[in-house]
Design a protein around this ligand. Sequence first.
Ligand code: DGY
Length: 319
Amino acid sequence: TLTPGTMASISVLLVARVMPYLEQELTKRYNLIRMWDYPQKAQLLAEHASSIRAVVGNSGNGADAELIDSLPKLEIVSSFSVGVDKIDLDKCKEKGIRVSNTPDVLTDEVADLTIGLILAVLRRICECDRYVRSGKWKLGNYKLTTKFSGKTVGIIGLGRIGSAVAKRAEAFNCSISYYSRSEKKDSKYKYYPSVVELASNCHVLVVACPLTEETHHIVNREVLNALGPKGILINIGRGKHVDEPELVSALLEGRVGGAGIDVFENEPHVPEELFGLENVVLLPHVGSATVETRTDMADLVLGNLEAHFLGKPLLTPLV
Ligand code: DGY
């Protein structure tokens, strides 16, 4: 029988650049194959396709149908992320391949950063910092900004992260409203059955739902116009939740008041038109990126793989 000590012969394919701790632990425990060591995918497959039993990816690189179909011994895809939009879940289900992700451990981190982004946009924290550094303070005080406390926060997706954002915004005396596929009967927050209605009735619109076919471009021109010049958009979900060219023109034309964006449609590409806008805060997809949280996420990836190979239930199974 397999024990933690005899797993070294199991081939695991790493398809994403992950934190050194996770890569080192995977290297210690398994026969780790790193995708980027094989510039030609054909060579990787010729050498290892028949032995790879697990794939480890992240929010940017997962396992699509083509990869899954090319690995006949694949048993599990373990994602170093909570979002699994880069994994073909239907294909995994069809082939009986297990899937795990990293929920819960990153909820606080992403919700904290969401509040940080809201404050940064409304209080213009990044612009104020640039003002001081450029020596402009000597020429006069910085212009007045916008209060957050007491505003209405509209959340798209009242799951783990959306609920954690709501809890934090309540501490700022905000009113909370939300959109989701159906009303949450046990929720005290105001439900809107349409995103346009939600956007028309809030100051801060937060995207916090998983990316699926249904939620692709859930924030479109109509939603942005409904949010209006006094509203701000905060995206900590996925870039593809937002029609990016529409957001860029809404910001350039002043149809939306500002935006805090952690995720983009084609990362690491960021539309250059945004670079000149002071009412926009741009982050390089760092919602969960702290040492503490990424270490917890890595431990979940390792724990899920170990549970699988020891024949135990997964810690955070998705499929
Ligand atoms: C996730 O976990 O899905 C984040 O986007 C990246 O950590």
